[in-house]
Write a protein that binds this ligand. Sequence first.
Ligand code: COA
Length: 158
Amino acid sequence: MSAVRVRPARPDESAILAEMANNLNDYVGIHGRPFTPERVRADGFGPEAAFTPLVAELDGAVAGYVFFGTGYNTDIAARAMWLHDIFVIPAARGRGVGHALMAAVAAETVRMGGGSLEWGVHSANAGALEFYARLGAVGGEAKIMGVAGARLRALAGL
Ligand SMILES: CC(C)(COP(=O)(O)OP(=O)(O)OC[C@H]1O[C@@H](n2cnc3c(N)ncnc32)[C@H](O)[C@@H]1OP(=O)(O)O)[C@@H](O)C(=O)NCCC(=O)NCCS
């Protein structure tokens, strides 16, 4: 029987987190590989962290991760958790690692008094949609939009 353990990531795991985060981007068709160990260390650890990283170990080896952070759900006027990323290495899929990671983030959401846990998923990612459905997740009609880079600066009038 495989043993899955979810725990906070350590700063000395920034390189493997960057590798997995870039592999997730590649998987969903974003090919710039923007993560570096330094970026993960700066944005995922310490008092100024922008997100919280957890890792899942399968039989003692890192097999996946999540990045998440706090948000707010104005539909229910309650604190919310936003899941930025979830990824399980291909060799470890289908063995409960993803479920354990999502359960850990859900538990953290409840612990902080949050009313919901939310995330975005590409409509073409059929495997992830099925995975999320098995967890009891329901999809809304809203589409996530954003401005970045030059468009962000232009909107800011810069
Ligand atoms: C999606 C992902 C995180 C699932 O992780 P996992 O460890 O394989 O999932 P689990 O083994 O915990 O599966 C939990 C349940 O979902 C189901 N499931 C998982 N992946 C599935 C798939 N691709 N198709 C159908 N069902 C799937 C499992 O059968 C299981 O169902 P059960 O509870 O009824 O037995 C993993 O496949 C992954 O990293 N995919 C690539 C990255 C990705 O798409 N991330 C999400 C971006 S939004």
